[in-house]
Design a protein around this ligand. Structure first.
Ligand code: HEM
Length: 351
């Protein structure tokens, strides 16, 4: 078969020594065992986040972040720009898929105890990335300037209010004033397209770099497994197949359910009844509705800190021993999140 890349590779090789890269590609192996399936989710998150960057940049050519123009510019993208509806719908559904994939990736690495020494930093960076992904979702939500996005953001930026002392300051910082308005829109836009992407690029690079340094971990239950797959080309090809499958599912999804654009907000009108956040914030929303606010926020904050510090608290798995307590802790968190989400669905009307 003709080597199409031959002249290109020769050009590079005459100028750079590719031996270390070739050696790395030849030697890198991926463990193959009963739970190897979960190794695909990190790569999948990487793929979807890259798609979000591409579709987001394409939309930024047309989007205009002011209360007078935001909604119209999104309508223009949906109705006038060639394939604008496809790009916006991919961005909208991509965000939902990304949150879901990141959650699966986080819980699967948790239950496989992949956070244990030496991958503690990968876990810590991972938790920050999960926070960034949610921050992307929150800041992006306001941008179409619809009734729903306006009032949901109002609920969100008012949430810190219940914190004693700094609550009011935090709310004003998020909103850029006393209420959600033009300043909030500029603020959310800047966070969404400048600050969060920069932070994400830095952290994703560090996370993926560390995943290459350490390689994939082997769950304690699979100790003594014997098989390994070559990273290149076998695992890379499998990863590519998973990514292609994801792209096919995403495109099928957006063609059947294109993102809709509800009516433009009229901020002087009262909030419509039954405003509730997107599915991934429901467990938090329901927590605040079910329990008194200050203890609820304190409990969530403490839970989050413990979650971040798990690699350092779980001394047993660091020594290669089973740590049933932390498995049960993970199950408890997962069950709580699912139960609260379901409760929120049952007790509020669905939009
Ligand atoms: C944008 C978000 C993220 C991206 C793009 C990403 C990407 C990746 C990639 C490519 C890998 C290597 C393949 C794999 O083992 O799956 C990986 C591994 C890992 N990630 Fe993430 N990740 C993200 C978020 C997270 C989160 C939220 C956590 C946990 C809090 C996390 C924790 C880990 C850990 C512990 C590993 C090592 C897995 C092992 O060696 O078995 N990551 N990640």
């Amino acid at each position: 078969m003709k080597d199409f890349f031959g002249p290109f590779t020769a050009f590079i090789e005459e100028r750079f020594d590719l031996t270390p890269l070739r050696r790395w590609a030849r030697h890198k192996k991926v463990p193959q065992h009963k739970h190897s399936f979960w190794y695909y989710f990190g790569g999948l998150a990487l793929f979807i986040i890259s798609l979000q960057f591409v579709t987001g940049i394409l939309m930024a050519f047309y989007y205009s972040p002011t209360p007078d123009t935001a909604h119209e510019s999104v309508r223009y993208i949906m109705e006038k720009v060639h394939y604008g509806w496809l790009i916006r719908s991919m961005h909208f559904w991509g965000a939902n898929f990304l949150v879901a994939v990141v959650l699966v990736h986080m819980f699967s690495t948790y239950f496989m105890k992949a956070y244990r020494k030496p991958r503690e930093l990968m876990w810590l960076i991972g938790v920050l990335l999960a926070g960034l992904v949610l921050a992307f979702a929150f800041t992006g939500y306001l941008l179409p300037w619809t009734t729903l996005s306006y009032f949901a953001t109002k609920v969100g930026v008012n949430m810190p209010m219940v914190m004693p002392g700094i609550g009011g300051f935090l709310s004003r910082l998020l909103a850029g004033g006393e209420d959600v308005g033009a300043a909030t829109l500029t603020r959310m836009f800047t966070l969404h397209v400048v600050l969060l992407p920069i932070l994400t690029l830095v952290l994703v690079t560090a996370h993926v770099f560390l995943s290459q340094v350490f390689g994939s971990s082997v769950p304690l239950s699979q100790k003594g497994y014997s098989e390994e797959t070559r990273f290149f080309p076998t695992f890379v090809l499998r990863d590519s197949a998973v990514w292609a499958g994801m792209l096919a599912i995403l495109i099928a999804f957006v063609t059947i359910f294109p993102a809709n654009l509800s009516s433009k907000v009229n901020p002087v009108m009262p909030a419509p009844a039954g405003i509730k956040p997107e599915w991934y914030f429901l467990f938090l929303f329901q927590t605040l509705r079910t329990f008194p606010e200050i203890p609820a926020i304190a409990a969530v904050t403490i839970g989050l800190i413990i979650w971040m510090l798990v690699p350092f608290l779980d001394k047993r798995s660091a020594k290669g021993e089973r740590s049933t307590f932390f498995t049960l802790f993970g199950v408890a968190i997962l069950v709580y999140m699912i139960a609260m989400t379901m409760m929120a669905y049952i007790t509020t009307e669905v939009h």
